[in-house]
Design a protein around this ligand. Structure first.
Ligand SMILES: N[C@@H](CCC(=O)N[C@@H](CS)C(=O)NCC(=O)O)C(=O)O
Length: 208
């Protein structure tokens, strides 16, 4: 049994999607971020930066923080979505997501969506970067079916929930035909639909 410490944010959603894809049973512990539950000392003992997601794998008696590390752990354990012969490429696209795509789109969320009017500089800067990320992903997906080649991998699982925030990005996903094709394909996967709504609240993946 995997215990998942979760909130329904883009980083959070990566993990139930992966768990559904590999068909592992899991139990969700909701971490109420708005109420500051991430700063609880018990939670901090498994998450030193006070962030979700975290998993505890009771079979191996191990807890793992950082979404990329969790995806790699689950991929190695299940033998899925992390083909040994393609790891150089998968690692690049996975690390690009956790180190660049996520954090920078996250800043765009903050300045453009959550605190508009606070800083024109911040709004302009991260809007421009977010548009560049869309363009660069689109260019990649023109050449490649999935981010790391022909197969769906943990790099796609990591990136998808960030693009699923496209309605608040105001960039126009539909204008990026290759990124849209990739998004639509992934959003129709049964495991992705289930993992996205892992709290069973009827939440739907935003359409293009
Ligand atoms: N690099 C981390 C980022 C995790 C992260 O930023 N989680 C956010 C939610 S998406 C969080 O827990 N925020 C709570 C806080 O900052 O207090 C990962 O990929 O797991």
């Amino acid at each position: 049994m995997i215990e998942l410490f979760y909130a329904n944010t883009p980083n959070g959603r990566k993990i139930p999607i992966m768990l559904e894809e590999i068909k592992y049973p899991y139990k969700i512990n909701l971490v109420a971020l708005k109420e500051g539950a991430q700063f609880d000392s018990k939670f901090r003992s498994i998450s030193p930066f006070s962030k979700i997601p975290v998993i505890t794998d009771h079979e191996n008696n191990v807890s793992i923080f950082e979404s990329g590390a969790i995806l790699i752990y689950l991929a190695e354990k299940s033998g899925k979505f992390y083909d040994k012969s393609n790891r150089i490429l998968i690692n690049q696209w996975l690390i690009a997501q956790v180190a660049y795509v996520g954090p920078l789109l996250g800043q765009h969320h903050q300045f453009h969506h959550y605190t508009p009017g606070k800083s024109q500089w911040g709004e302009d800067r991260y809007f421009k970067i977010a548009k560049t990320i869309y363009k660069d992903l689109d260019e990649r997906l023109e050449k490649s079916k999935f981010l790391a080649g022909n197969e769906y991998t943990i790099a796609d699982i990591a990136t998808f929930p960030w693009i699923a925030r496209h309605p608040i990005h105001d960039i126009g996903l539909k204008n990026f035909s290759h990124l849209s094709r990739w998004y639509k394909d992934i959003s129709e996967r049964e495991a992705v639909i289930k993992g996205y709504d892992c709290l069973n609240t009827g939440e739907k993946i935003p359409k293009i």
